[in-house]
Every structure is written in C-alpha cells, then in structure tokens.
Design a protein around this ligand. Structure first.
Ligand code: GTP
Ligand code: SPV
Ligand code: MN
Length: 586
C-alpha cells in the first residue's frame, strides 16, 4: 500500500468520521458479505434466484435517478480553463461550500476504501484510482465496472503516487446538497449527495472521462465517450470501429450488435461500450483500450429482438437499478419481449398496471453486468496495447436533417463534424428530454477543460498520427411524418457498418459526394430489402439544402462562444461547408 493512500484515507476519515473503515479487496467473500448486508437493510431486493441467479434489484432515491449536470463542476483555477462548456467553481469556493458537507457525513456509517484499476491489468495505459465511499451499493457496482482490489494495489506498487483520489458520500441525498466536483490541477474528485451511476461510481465519468481528459491533454492521449467494436468481414479481415454517441443514444447497443448477416461472415464483437482511451501507436494508428470491465447499460428498449447479446449478458450476476419487477420476482422494463404484464411493482415499489399510463421502469433504469458474460465479447478486449481504430463514428439523436450516415472528407473536416454535432437530450441526465443541443464528440457533460482546447488537441492528435481513422457521422433516429423512426436500427445497423468497412478499405462504389460529405446509395444500405419506400430512403440519405444552411449557421453561432480560443481550422471548415452548400442550386 502506498503510504500516500493511507495518509489520504486518514485525512478523509478525520473529516467524515465513519464508525468503521473497510479496505476492500474485491474478493467473492467480501462481495457476498456486502450483498447479505444490503439485503438485510433493503438496499438490495432479492430477485427470483432461479431466473436471475446472484442478481438483485436496487431502488434508488426517487430524486436520484440520473446524472445531474447542473450540479457537476470543474474546479480549475480560472473560469477560462473550464470553458463555456462547463459549470465552474473556484477551488476556494469548493472548500468553503462543499467541503463542509463531508464533515461528519459518515458518522454511523461504514467507510469503504475501494482501490480500482481502469484498464486491463498489464496494460501500460491503465490507471489506478481510490474511491472512498459510504455506499455499499457503490462498492458492489465498482466491483463489476472496474478491476477492483488486489490488482489495483499491485499496480500502485509500480505507479507509486500516480493515482486519483475520489471522495464520495451519499450525504442526505438531497439535490440541494449535491455536488460532483473535479479538480483538474490536483486530479481529485469530490462527490456528495448522490448514489447514482455517473455521479457516484467515480471511476466512470468523473475519472475515466473528466479527469482523464485533462491527463490526456497534458500527456498526448485522449479519453473519449466511445464504444469500441470489432467488425469482421466475410474473408476474416478484422477492423476496429469507435463511436461517440451522447448518453442513451446507442453505444451499448451498437457495440453488442448481433449481425443479421452472420451466415455471410459479417460479425460484430464488443471491446467496449461507453469509454475509450486512445494512444497513438508507433505505427501511426490510434490504439484504444476500454478502461472498464462491466456495462452500466440502459434497460428500457433492451430485448431479445433488439439486443439478444445484452439479454444473455444480464442473465446472472447483475445489479438492476430502478427497473420494475413481476410478482414472481422477474425484472421487467418497457420494450422487453412479450406482452406487457397485467400487474407489476414499478420502479418506485408501488403496484402498477398498464392502465396507470406511467412507465413501470424508470426511463434511465440500468443494469450493471460483467463484460465477461457478453457472448459477443472480443477476444482482444483486454489486449494490453489496445486495438487499432480504423473508423470513428459520431452519432446523435436527430429527428431531421442529419442523414443515416456520411463520411467526412478528411481529419480536420471530421473534427469539425464531431465538434458541431448535436443531439436531442435523454433521460440519462435530469432535465428536459428531447431538447436539441450541441454535444461536441458526445463529451459536453464529460470534458474536464475548455472545449476549444480539446478541439485543438483533436486536430493535433490527427497530425501526430500518420494513419488516423476515417471519421463518419451516423443518425439512427430520423423520424418520418408519422413520428416513428424511419430506420429499423439495432441489428440492421450492420448495413451501415458494412458500408463503413468498404469505405475504409477503399471500395468506394455505392456512394455519392454531397456538400456535407460522402453518402451511401439507397441500395448500399439495402433500402429495398428492408421494405423502405423510395421516399423513406430519400429522407434517410438526402441532404436538405435549406435545413443544412440553417444548421451550419447555428453551428457557427455555437463555435462563436469559444471566441479567440477556437482553432482557426474549425472556423475555416464552417466557411467551406457553407460555401459548398451555397453552390447547390436552390
Ligand atoms: P449510455 O449508457 O447512457 O451512455 O447510453 P448508450 O449510448 O450506451 O445507449 P444505449 O445503447 O443504451 O441505447 C439507449 C436507448 O436507445 C435504448 O433505449 C435503446 O433501446 C435505444 N437504441 C439503441 N440503438 C438504437 C437504434 O439503432 N435504433 C433505435 N430506434 N433505438 C436505439
Ligand atoms: C451516461 O450517462 O453517459 C452513462 C450513464 O453512461 S452514467 O454512468 O450515469 O453517466
Ligand atoms: Mn455513457
């Protein structure tokens, strides 16, 4: 044990005053003890153990069901370092306003010290964190989501003082006394007042994205909100694709896609489904690792029809949060296969019938499940040097304007596409759902510094790589006049991946150039086979000049916020896009 860890734990307990301090080793015995304890104090409820072996239900506080972005802050020395993309709190104010919330916060509670490793055990890119928490539920989730215990302590022997402290307390769970703070200069995390997901599992968004993005900027690598998938072509050729989609916009589902063309040899396997750390390799390519070891996935919409691999993964050893439950102890959520049960207990613990008209499972209900249970897990998911990325997909929820897929012309154009992407908000964060907002690289809620500097970093990373990935934008979420999604999505996204593969491998037929980028033909995505009308295929792939003129204007206004810090290259890309669109006859 590094003495720096002991000193910090000591210091924290002198403020939080726990009744007991438990150093977690991540063992089965320890986990069983914690589960037993959580069953007895109702933190966990037992599910039908024949159907869901070693799986449990947790109902969170009803006011604590998603990330709270308005209570999330970057505590850099100056406001400019945090940028217009972040809430900023000066470190002195954090000390004054937030530190007192930790005073005596753990009286009557146990303080767990959780050492964890983000990334594969032997990878040079993996990093250690220590989370101190008074929530046993957080410990049980961290055990699934990270490599916890001895493996992290072993790593600490090598890395010495290079670890990130994360202090977490449930506090009183009131949103009025909830803060999620990140100190980029000292690389520390404080989180109080929430026990939910990205607010409380500090290895995930707080470390692996917000703090790691700052480390990546300083050390020449990238921490991204991306899935990583392995795509296999019929001749056995393998390609790795990364994808940045905002929260609840389809990363887990794409990473776990079961191909409808498996009999022809087109397959997808999962490397990661939420976070990706990228280094430039000696061969000039981007090499990516998945720092996590489990999936914290959105439950609603998951079914044997949409995502059979996920359904098989969550069969056992899974913690379900805020889902509904049947009278015989089976989990249920909206979108699950089969008829809607005539009665359930909803996510709040109340009796529920379909006539109630409310969702039985919370829209942001989740499963926490080990990656190793995924039947489609890539055999390379723990490769110490990572996997080489050939394509990056940027995607969001756009009812209109953005086509199913297009390819950018080059790296700088691709960075522009990522920098200006927008998406309709989802239940993954508290606040209004369905509101269109710019969410650059799907990192708006997850970047630890000024977005303009991040774009500069992206441009630089592309120059450092002699062979950077091709960049695409995707949109599974265009709606027709009936308000329904036009594209079938899920497994059928394989058709889009197939076109991506052909593009990257230089088979450039089946496409046409537009002012926005390179778009597939309707036959390349099998529009006819899917029974789409020519009108629907058109809507999926067309570039509406007037809509795009508005879009580009709005993109420009968004970039303006970053003032002098905005890389000139992005402004130039915006002008060129506008120019190309204006040349199209009205
Ligand atoms: P986070 O874990 O919040 O980062 O979300 P995510 O990006 O991993 O999204 P996820 O794959 O969990 O999907 C979120 C929601 O979108 C779920 O309800 C899915 O069923 C739905 N979804 C995913 N892929 C598709 C798709 O291709 N088409 C449609 N229509 N819905 C999709
Ligand atoms: C997201 O919101 O992007 C998630 C879920 O992956 S949470 O861990 O709660 O941030
Ligand atoms: Mn996510």
């Amino acid at each position: 044990m590094a003495s720096s860890v002991e000193a910090w734990v000591d210091e924290v307990s002198q403020t939080t005053h726990p009744d007991k301090v438990v150093w977690c080793d991540g063992s089965d015995a320890e986990n069983e003890r914690l589960i037993g304890q959580m069953l007895s104090d109702d933190t966990l409820l037992e599910l039908n153990q024949d159907v869901h072996p070693n799986s449990y239900l947790h109902r969170s506080n009803p006011h604590d069901v998603a990330r709270t972005e308005h209570l999330t802050f970057i505590c850099s020395t100056t406001r400019e370092e945090a940028g217009p993309n972040n809430n900023w709190m000066p470190p002195a104010e954090a000390q004054e306003r937030v530190w007192p919330l930790f005073k005596d916060a753990m009286r009557g509670r146990t303080m767990y010290v959780v050492p964890y490793l983000m990334g594969p055990a032997e990878s040079p890119y993996s990093k250690v964190g220590i989370e101190v928490t008074d929530s046993a539920y957080v410990v049980a989730n961290m055990r699934i989501m990270t490599r916890m215990g001895q493996v992290a302590l072993d790593r600490l022997e090598h890395d010495g003082d290079d670890w990130v402290p994360g202090l977490h307390s449930l506090g009183d769970l009131s949103p009025d006394r909830r803060f999620i703070l990140h100190f980029p200069d000292t690389r520390q995390i404080w989180s109080v007042g929430s026990g939910y997901g990205g607010n409380a599992l500090l290895g995930k968004k707080c470390y692996a994205l917000r703090i790691a993005s700052v480390m990546g900027r300083d050390q020449g690598w990238m921490a991204e909100h991306m899935l990583i998938l392995e795509l296999q072509a019929p001749d056995g050729d393998v390609m790795y694709v990364a994808g940045a989609f905002p929260s609840a916009c389809g990363k887990t589902n794409l990473a776990m896609l079961r191909s409808p063309f498996e009999d022809q040899g087109w397959r997808v396997r999962t490397v990661g489904e939420d976070i990706c750390w990228i280094n430039v390799g000696p061969d000039g390519r981007f090499w990516a690792i998945n720092p996590e070891s489990g999936y914290f996935g959105v439950a609603p919409g998951t079914s044997y029809h949409t995502n059979p691999n996920a359904m098989e993964t969550v069969q056992s050893n899974t913690i379900f949060t805020n889902v509904a439950v049947t009278d015989d102890g089976r989990v249920w959520w909206e979108g699950m296969d089969g008829p809607v049960p005539s009665q359930l207990t909803d996510w709040l613990g109340n009796p529920w019938t379909p006539e109630d008209g409310t969702p039985a499972a919370h829209p942001n209900s989740r499963f926490t499940t080990p990656a190793t249970q995924n039947p489609a897990l890539s055999s390379h998911w723990e490769d110490t040097k990572g996997v080489p990325i050939s394509a990056i997909l940027f995607g969001g929820r756009r009812s209109t304007t953005v086509p199913l897929i297009y390819r950018s012309f080059d790296w700088a154009h691709g960075v522009y596409v990522g920098a200006t992407m927008a998406s309709e908000t989802t239940a993954a964060a508290t606040g209004a759902v369905g509101v269109l907002r710019r969410d650059p690289m799907a990192m708006l809620p997850f970047l630890g510094y000024n977005m303009a500097d991040y774009w500069r970093h992206w441009l630089d990373m592309g120059s450092r790589a002699s062979n950077p990935p091709a960049i695409f934008q995707v949109n599974w979420f265009q709606r027709g006049e009936d308000g329904k999604f036009i594209w079938p999505g899920f497994g059928q996204n394989m058709r889009v991946l197939r076109w991506v593969y052909e593009q990257v491998r230089g088979k450039n037929g089946n496409s046409r150039e537009t002012p926005v980028g390179i778009v597939p033909t309707a036959s390349a995505i099998g529009a006819e086979e899917l029974g789409l009308s020519s009108q629907q295929a058109d809507a999926l792939l067309a570039i509406d000049r007037d809509a795009w003129l508005k879009e580009v204007e709005d993109q420009g206004a968004y970039l303006d916020q970053y003032g002098e810090r905005l890389p000139a290259e992005l402004r130039a890309q915006q002008r060129r896009l506008l120019d190309r669109l204006q040349k199209v006859p009205a």
